[in-house]
Design a protein around this ligand. Structure first.
Ligand code: GAR
Length: 196
């Protein structure tokens, strides 16, 4: 019998994507969410995980960047794949090396547009509005040592109307995220895991 794929979600804030993922996999036969990690003790994502009775782990910058503590915690839970769902810190090389090709991120724009350092959340949608774009969307991609780089797994787009505000753009983009992120994780994790 194949072993289950064990996901850990990294989230820095609200956690609405984390929630969509926890819900999608709550009854899944091959994939489960086993841990939610955050750099922010006040992240609402932590509360959402507790509601799903999923263990949580909060870490600070030194633990993340200058130690193996996060990797140790992931190994303790036998995590196989990492999902960045609204996680705002660049991953350190030791973490990327510990999970080669097993880390996925979502970015709320059509990369390479509106990506890079400092581009997250509402800032992305403000930049899209200011640039007068007529469409935007989401990019789901594998993670490497650069911001918003790595192999693209899926892009989906929506219209930006002249009447849209950064907030209404965010709402359209969030809807795409909830629709596509869980099933893209499913397809990616199943295709990248070797049966045992
Ligand atoms: C999401 O829109 C996600 O795409 C974005 O942050 C939001 C988190 O919302 N991520 C980035 O901007 C990464 N560069 P959530 O906490 O409610 O899921």
């Amino acid at each position: 019998m194949n072993k289950k794929i064990r996901l850990a979600i990294f989230a820095s804030g609200n956690g609405s994507n984390a929630e969509a993922i926890m819900k999608y996999f709550s009854q899944h036969s091959q994939i489960e969410v086993v841990l939610l990690l955050s750099n922010n003790a006040d992240a609402f994502a932590l509360e959402r995980a507790r509601r799903f009775t999923i263990p949580t782990f909060v870490f600070n910058k030194a633990q993340f960047r200058e130690s193996d503590e996060v990797i140790r915690r992931l190994n303790e839970s036998h995590v196989t794949h990492l999902v960045l769902a609204g996680f705002l810190w660049l991953l350190p090389p030791n973490l990327i090396e510990a999970f080669p090709d097993k880390i996925v991120n979502i970015h709320p724009s059509l990369l390479p547009k509106f990506g890079g350092k400092g581009m997250y959340g509402i800032k992305v949608h403000q930049a899209v509005k200011a640039a007068g774009e007529t469409k935007t969307g989401i990019t789901i991609h594998e993670v490497n040592e650069k911001y918003d780089d790595g192999k693209i797994l899926l892009q989906a787009s929506c219209e930006v109307l002249p009447s849209d505000t950064p907030e209404s753009i965010a709402a359209k983009v969030n809807a795409l995220e909830y629709e596509y992120f869980p099933k893209t994780i499913e397809r990616w994790a199943l295709s990248s895991s070797t049966p045992s």
